[in-house]
Design a protein around this ligand. Structure first.
Ligand SMILES: Cc1cc2nc3c(=O)[nH]c(=O)nc-3n(C[C@H](O)[C@H](O)[C@H](O)COP(=O)(O)OP(=O)(O)OC[C@H]3O[C@@H](n4cnc5c(N)ncnc54)[C@H](O)[C@@H]3O)c2cc1C
Length: 385
């Protein structure tokens, strides 16, 4: 494990400005509508176009491709501040930035970067990223969607499911099997644009939480893709996906951190206002200790997340650190949101108060981009190798 990295515990000016901008934007554009979006599972695509204008759809994309050109510390701040307001918006922002755009940024050639990154970074286009299939989630290396080469083209057949922006995405990065079944070097990544013949979307999921983030199937039926849409070399797809997930998991840790902070702050404020037995419930040790545990776990999640981001900024391998951050922060989000509902009592179980939404949204964080069990697999393999 890397030990020489020193994290600054002081928020940078950029981080402070990003937080303030998101708080203002969120109060105006997200808070008033988010329960309506949640109720109706409405994906607010116009909001993401607006977020593009603020640099939030290309946080890590260099300025030469019209991105904000920030690093992971600013990115963690941005995702967590958005998620503190609405986890759904944070999830969509994370999938767009760190999965789709980042895959093209890391592994695209200059022509691909010039063509796609400005559209994605400005939020004019929404991106999706397809690895998961109906029968292969954790075991993604066993995928069945195929890409068969014939001359300068690949014919894609199969389906990807649970894909964020599966319907509304203008472009998808998808990883398909181009080699032998079971061979981790037999998979290749492609950029596929919406409207390509043979490429369509299928079922949109009706979800427990993260309901304003669209999750749907991608379907490939004799979808002919030119070899110029391939990312990197044939056979590199799985390795590329794992590298993309190293960064993606930092974004899910940030998402978790934001949800936990939102739930904690709501519960803290409520505990001071709600009176029982002639005193605020925060005066009861049973409630005060819950708040102490919540605050301590959030601080630990914050440190792990920023540490992973700091190492990533330095170009150090973060497979273990991003898995640790994602595991701890996501489990913390679930625990904190659960305690927040408890502190709100009966009101916590209603949609008139924010706790129930944090509780529903938090659970996704222990599943998406690798479940908690898979994070433990990644961490233990790195410890035991
Ligand atoms: C809202 C949402 C958005 C998503 N967005 C995307 C996206 O944009 N792109 C994309 O590609 N995917 C996306 N996913 C898919 C997500 O990454 C998968 O759901 C996740 O990786 C788990 O796969 P699975 O659902 O098939 O579960 P499974 O792999 O079937 O796992 C079921 C259970 O078995 C456990 N398990 C499996 N293998 C092991 C093992 N070796 N050891 C111990 N336990 C194990 C798991 O931890 C889990 O508890 C999204 C999912 C959701 C719900």
């Amino acid at each position: 494990m890397e030990t020489e990295s020193a994290i600054s515990f002081t928020e940078t000016e950029n981080q402070r400005l990003i937080s303030q901008m998101i708080r203002d934007f969120g109060a105006r554009e997200i808070r008033p509508k988010m329960m309506e979006w949640d109720e109706s599972q409405f994906f607010p695509i116009d909001l993401f176009h607006q977020m593009g204008k603020l640099g939030l759809m290309g946080v890590l994309v260099p300025e030469e491709y019209e991105g904000a050109g920030f690093g992971y510390l600013e990115y963690i701040t941005a995702i967590s501040e958005i998620a503190k307001i609405d986890g759904s918006i944070g999830l969509s922002m994370a999938a767009h930035n760190s999965l789709c755009s980042n895959h093209i940024l890391q592994f695209g050639n200059e022509e691909q970067k010039q063509k796609y990154l400005p559209r994605l970074a400005t939020g004019n286009w929404i991106g999706s990223w397809g690895l998961t299939e109906p029968n292969t989630g954790s075991d993604s290396g066993n995928m069945k969607t195929t890409g068969i080469r014939a001359d300068d083209y690949y014919m894609l057949n199969g389906a990807k499911n649970f894909i964020t922006h599966g319907k509304s995405g203008n472009v998808a990065v998808v990883i398909v099997r181009t080699g032998e079944a079971g061979d981790s070097r037999g998979m290749t990544a492609f950029i596929v644009e919406k409207g390509t013949p043979g490429f369509s979307s299928g079922k949109k999921e009706n979800k427990l939480g993260m309901r304003a983030s669209e999750t749907a199937e991608l379907i490939f039926s004799d979808c002919r893709i030119h070899a110029s849409q391939r990312l990197g070399k044939e056979g590199e797809g799985f390795i590329q996906a794992m590298k993309v997930l190293d960064g993606g998991r930092i974004s899910i840790a940030a998402l978790s951190l934001g949800i936990a902070m939102g739930a904690y702050e709501a519960a803290l404020a409520y505990s001071k206002e709600r009176h029982q037995f002639n005193q605020p419930i925060s005066k009861f040790q049973g409630i005060a200790f819950k708040l102490a545990d919540m605050a301590t776990k959030i601080e630990a999640a914050r440190l792990l997340t920023f540490r992973a981001g700091d190492l990533k900024n330095k170009g150090i391998d973060v497979t273990r650190e991003s898995a640790m951050a994602k595991l701890f922060a996501s489990e913390t989000a679930v625990e904190v949101a659960n305690e927040a509902v408890q502190i709100f009592g009966g009101y916590g179980y209603t949609k008139d108060f924010p706790a129930e939404k944090y509780y529903r949204d938090a659970k996704l964080c222990t599943i998406g981009e690798g479940t908690s069990e898979i994070q433990k697999l990644v961490i233990s393999r790195s410890i035991l190798r």
